[in-house]
Ligand binder design. Structure first.
Ligand code: ADP
Ligand code: ASP
Ligand code: MG
Length: 478
């Protein structure tokens, strides 16, 4: 049995959606499949936009709401034969009227709790899966629309909920055992629910995770992530069109790439399937014959080098300067506690011993809250001169060269610096990770795209990854 997930980019237009229907129809003839579906491309962004407008008291949120409705009715019309639309039409209109009420509430109150926000932004998947189920049924394939919130149980960290795997795995097993032979389950990605039954979301792009959670619980043969590119590539093809597909990645490599910005797969998606060794195959909906990327247990040839260049945006660089030597450790421990309280991740960290400063990169989304909290936390130190200035820079990008065994590749590090230098790119902070799996540096956002392109060119046109073990073996005459 396979879990097959289609992203929003695969169903962004009627023509594209049709391709997905064809792939599902063909696959189910050969094997048992469970389908996980994202919202139609752009719909989650529009839902977020509608929330923002409503919260700001702007009645234009209604235009966005109307557009969302029109898109789905139009897809339904084009993809499902007229006489088989009735049920899906009813489902869609019910979902839309609930959405309408929630948005009106936000508009009237001019506020939106994280709980309400999740129940609104998860709507796109409920709409898209009802169209897919109807389209499959109208084509003679029995499909049943299932609600992920019934079996993916999470904590109440709305927006980025953590899955309770013990409960979830049991619920998934029970739910899917009950599905009749020959029926194709169609599940909405992205959503879960907390113990009170309130809708939560797993994080942006979280439908990949929905698929691997289900696959892990049911010990599936494989998970297929169908998207709009030929797999995981050596860089984002939107920036580097000549980027090439990585045919094979270990779970660890895929996670590293995803955490450092390769948007094609959700960072946590590897976790539920890694222990059982269930492979994830990333495939292109528009080139179904392309073999894509295999993520799984791979053979390690002992070689090293760069696999891909990635970038992360919407980040801020924050520095606490001139910390008195004797307070340094205390300041660091309190700073970490503060970041943990605010649930802000530290993406890169750099501490200078000489002038006792500590700099870190974190998400920009709460930067003003963070700066205020730092000022409050270190009020005494700042007033008494035990700590000096706080500086910050918004809108920075972290670019990373990701691969393995960078410790034995001084040529690679030299190439990074040469490339930055030759292109006049200033690095604000540099980190050669202790795991030797990435080198990352912080640059200003306007430099992001040309940095990625220049580095990719330098690595993949001028630099051939060296297999150190093989060189050693050759030298030793083995
Ligand atoms: P989906 O809608 O299928 O979930 P996403 O937009 O989440 O698709 O992910 C696919 C996109 O990820 C691609 O269109 C590509 O622009 C982007 N991307 C970024 N980095 C990479 C990479 N290293 N390899 C492949 N795609 C990447
Ligand atoms: N629709 C959600 C998003 O845009 C989840 C996903 O596509 O995976 O983030
Ligand atoms: Mg995605």
């Amino acid at each position: 049995m396979k879990v097959i997930k289609f992203g929003g980019s695969s169903i962004g237009t009627v023509e594209r959606f049709n391709k997905v229907i064809k792939i599902v129809s063909k696959k189910q003839e050969k094997e048992k499949v469970i389908v996980v579906l994202s919202a139609i491309g752009g719909i989650t962004d529009r839902l977020i936009n509608a929330v923002d407008l409503a919260r700001a008291g702007k009645k234009e949120y209604r235009d966005v709401f109307e557009e969302i409705g029109l898109v789905h009715y139009m897809f339904l019309d084009k993809l499902v034969s007229k006489w088989k639309q009735a049920h899906a039409r009813l489902v869609i209109s019910t979902i839309l009227s609930q959405l309408d009420e929630k948005l009106r509430g936000v508009f009237l109150l001019k506020e939106c709790s994280p709980r309400t926000s999740d129940s609104i932004i998860s709507t796109g998947e409920y709409l898209s899966k009802s169209i897919l189920a109807a389209a499959l049924n109208s084509g003679g394939i029995t499909a049943e629309s299932l609600d992920a919130a019934d079996f993916i149980k999470t904590d109440s960290n709305f927006g980025e909920a953590e899955v309770d795997f013990n409960t979830t795995n049991e619920l998934i097993k029970t739910k899917f055992e009950g599905i009749k032979q020959g029926v194709i389950p169609v599940v909405n990605g992205f959503a879960g629910s907390n113990s009170a039954g309130e809708i939560t979301t797993l994080g942006r792009s979280g439908s990949d995770y929905t698929a691997t959670i289900i696959a892990g619980a049911l010990n599936a043969d494989a998970v297929e992530i169908w998207t709009d590119v030929d797999g995981v590539l050596s860089a984002d093809p939107k920036i580097v069109p000549e980027a090439s597909t990585l045919s094979e990645l270990s779970y660890e490599e895929a996670s590293e790439l995803a955490y450092l910005g390769a948007k094609v797969i959700f960072p946590k998606a590897m976790a539920p399937v890694e222990n059982a060794g269930i492979p994830i195959i990333v495939l292109n909906t528009f080139q179904p014959e392309h073999p894509g990327t295999f993520i799984g247990k791979t053979f390690d040839d002992g070689g090293g080098g760069v696999k891909a260049v990635t970038y992360l945006q919407e980040l801020s660089l924050v520095c606490l300067n001139e910390i008195s030597a004797e307070y340094n450790l205390i300041v660091i421990s309190r700073l970490f506690a503060l970041l943990a309280r605010l649930e802000l991740p530290v993406i890169l960290l750099n501490q200078s011993a000489s002038n006792q400063s500590i700099c870190f990169v974190t998400l920009s989304k709460q930067i003003s809250v963070l700066l205020n909290e730092i000022k409050k936390e270190f009020k005494l130190e700042l007033e008494t001169g035990r700590a000096g200035r706080i500086t910050f820079r918004n809108d920075v990008t972290v670019v990373s060269a990701v691969g393995k065994r960078f410790d034995s590749h001084s040529a690679l590090l030299r190439l990074v610096f040469e490339t930055l230098d030759n292109n006049g790119i200033k690095s604000l902070m540099f980190l050669n990770s202790s795991t030797h799996k990435n080198v990352s540096f912080v640059i200003e956002r306007p430099d992001a795209k040309r940095t990625v392109a220049a580095l990719h060119g330098a690595f993949f046109q001028n630099y051939a990854p060296v297999n150190e073990e093989h060189i050693k073996e050759e030298k030793e005459g083995i």
